[in-house]
Design a protein around this ligand. Structure first.
Ligand SMILES: NC(=O)c1ccc[n+]([C@@H]2O[C@H](COP(=O)([O-])OP(=O)(O)OC[C@H]3O[C@@H](n4cnc5c(N)ncnc54)[C@H](O)[C@@H]3O)[C@@H](O)[C@H]2O)c1
Length: 465
């Protein structure tokens, strides 16, 4: 089979590399020439653990990259993996999906059956829209000459390869029998892991996370598949907002939310995942997907009030972080805050719409000076926030220079091994707000810091320095 992925970002790149590794000839088409050049020189256009090695191993033999759409002619399966950001009214902007559909219609091979797969997260009904655009641009007969399938993506940045090679489930929505067979065949190596043992000698990722739990291939219709993706993200956002609100209450009650989360997470009906307290959720998925789903619910006069509450609670959590700093330091005018972490989660360079993007302007508006460091996200954060007057530091320790507060926003593993004694030496007030409850309170208190987490009960007092 011959696969084309339109869009070579976090989803398109990982999808294409994975199919190439599994022995399917795959081509990435992206309008971004820089990304294509990087791919063709064996480099990754995104930061994702393990991906660059797999690109180096596959580019030029099973993986190809181009800015031209004519490779679509060769394709049996075409994945649409372009971004679907939030439009000004809060709905999903489908302009890139529609453009991709138009190019597919213009270039599709008219002599064979082709499957077009929406992997981008798109509102219910988008399958029909893509269908109509391709039919009009190609003159082909839908269902007879081509089919549009929904195959939502559930990978998480930072563990994307593991999620694609060892998923919990693969959701495929189609109303077309031929497309169903083709999709089953494409995913067979992942569902059965048939060739993993042979391939793992060459591709280390195939054995790294091997487990006995095989993925479920879940067949459904197009609209249900589209809805599954939005519902999954909305459910996770509600779960995070819920534990964050519980954390705020725990703090008032002098209870440690980590113990509470552990206690409820042991109940298999609840589960332990997504009960980590955080400075709120952000990133390129949860905000736009919750916004779109909430708007849809309003449009159909069936308001998702729980989702609205989760969105509001999320903004409250961003504000809570700033309030905690103000409670401790008093007036922030002229105070320096050193921020660790600009990406929405660790192990990615994705700094497009992150907690820092909302918390930093709030701190600046109160007169604070800001110093920041992130292991991978600084360049992208700077590109998306050129107006922010902040100091970008070369290493984590440097955010502490003359600082009145260290604020940890992203739990990069390497922040655990910062030279905290050196930081203590160069800062002004030894106050740490660990908004991920990630660092070792005892070690930091021993080093002389005041350590505050979120919702972890009693906070240490001023050390009187
Ligand atoms: N990033 C994630 O963790 C994740 C997880 C699951 C689902 N998704 C969904 O997948 C979709 C893609 O997300 P992403 O994070 O990979 O986006 P991205 O911004 O990283 O990548 C999108 C790529 O598409 C390219 N592109 C846009 N229009 C194009 C066109 N007409 N032709 C060719 N290339 C085009 C862009 O240049 C870009 O490189 C979104 O709908 C997102 O919601 C993302």
């Amino acid at each position: 089979m011959n696969v084309v992925c339109i869009g070579g970002g976090y989803v398109g790149c990982v999808t294409a590399v994975s199919f190439a590794v599994l022995g399917t000839k795959t081509t990435i088409v992206d309008i971004n020439e820089e990304k294509i050049n990087l791919l063709n020189s064996g480099k990754a256009p995104i930061y994702e653990p393990g991906i660059e090695q797999l690109i180096k191993q596959t580019i030029g033999n099973m993986l190809f990259a181009t800015t031209e759409y004519d490779c679509i002619k060769e394709a049996d399966i075409i994945f649409i993996c372009v971004e679907t950001p939030t439009a000004s009214d809060g709905s999903a902007d489908l302009s890139r999906v529609k453009k991709a559909a138009f190019e597919i219609g213009r270039n599709i091979n008219k002599t064979k059956f082709t499957v077009i797969v929406n992997k981008s997260t798109v509102p219910v009904g988008t399958g029909d829209v893509v269908f109509a655009i391709i039919a009009e641009a190609s003159g082909l007969k839908p269902d007879k000459d081509f089919a549009v399938v929904s195959n939502p993506e559930f990978l998480r940045e930072g563990s994307a390869l593991r999620d694609v090679f060892f998923p919990d489930r693969i959701v495929v929505g189609t109303n077309n029998q031929i497309a169903e067979e083709i999709m089953k065949k494409l995913y067979e190596p992942i569902v059965t892991r048939k060739n993993y043992s042979q391939l793992s000698a060459q591709y280390f990722y195939l054995k790294q996370y091997a487990s006995d739990k095989y993925p479920i291939y879940f067949s459904t219709d197009v609209k249900t598949a589209e809805m599954i993706k939005y519902t999954a993200n909305a459910f996770l956002a509600v779960k995070v907002s819920f534990i964050n609100e519980i954390a705020m209450l725990c703090e008032k009650l002098g209870i440690n939310v980590l113990e509470v989360a552990k206690g409820i997470g042991l109940d298999s009906r609840i589960g332990e995942k997504f009960l980590e307290v955080s400075p709120g959720w952000q990133g390129t998925c949860f905000p736009k997907d919750t916004s779109e789903l909430y708007l849809t619910s309003k449009r159909y006069n069936q308001e998702l009030t729980i989702l609205k509450a989760a969105i509001d609670a999320n903004w409250a959590m961003h504000r809570y972080v700033v309030e905690k700093i103000v409670n401790f330091l008093g007036c922030l005018n002229g105070k320096t805050i050193g921020i660790l972490g600009l990406t929405f989660k660790p192990d990615t360079d994705d700094a497009r719409r992150t907690q820092a993007q909302f918390i930093i302007p709030h701190l600046l508006s109160l007169g604070a000076r800001i110093r920041v460091f992130d292991p991978q996200g600084m360049e992208m954060f700077k590109r998306f926030n050129p107006h922010l007057d902040i100091v970008y530091c070369n290493k984590g320790e440097d955010v502490a220079y003359m600082a009145d507060c260290i604020l940890l926003l992203t739990h990069w593993q390497e922040f655990k091994s910062l030279n905290w004694r050196e930081m203590y030496r160069i800062l002004k007030t030894p106050y740490i707000l660990d908004a991920r409850n990630f660092l070792s309170r005892s070690e930091l208190e021993e080093a002389g810091f005041y350590y505050h987490g979120l919702g972890v009960g009693k906070n240490s007092g001023r050390p009187g320095r």
